[in-house]
Design a protein. Structure first.
Length: 135
């Protein structure tokens, strides 16, 4: 079971977390999350315990306990649901807000997409002629 641990001291290490949870059973891993730019602790982390009854016991015993001068919060970790980096990459991969298409003054949206200057051989040929363009 994946366990979320928050409100940690900035000095808490992954080893500290692993040792704390090891009193309740086997710990697969413990990880503190750090800011990529500053390298400082974000003051939360995750602990993976393979045995669920042991994990639930650790959660109930350690929630709102004190660790290195900080009162920590311990909960079962919820699975990630969107909003992560992969979703933003997918949005950008699909074009995002990078042009293509758009509203025309004569009404309606362009269907061919992309830059009209580079689209001379495809789409609506009449619309692509310079004399027919209206900006």
């Amino acid at each position: 079971m994946n366990i979320f641990v928050a409100k940690l001291s900035s000095e808490t290490t992954s080893e500290d977390l692993e040792n704390l949870f090891a009193h309740y059973g086997e710990v697969a891993y413990a990880k503190i999350i750090f800011d990529r730019e500053t390298g400082n602790s974000k003051r939360y982390g995750f602990v993976e315990m393979p045995n669920e009854p042991e994990a639930y016991e650790a959660i109930s015993e350690l929630n709102e306990s004190e660790l290195q001068g900080s009162t920590i919060v311990v909960k079962k970790s919820a699975p990630r649901e969107g909003g992560g980096r992969d979703d933003r990459r997918d949005f950008r991969r699909d074009g995002g807000n990078r042009g293509g298409g758009g509203y025309r003054r004569e009404g309606g949206y362009r269907r061919e997409g992309g830059n009209r200057d580079f689209n001379r051989d495809g789409g609506n040929r009449d619309f692509n002629r310079r004399s027919d363009r209206r900006y």
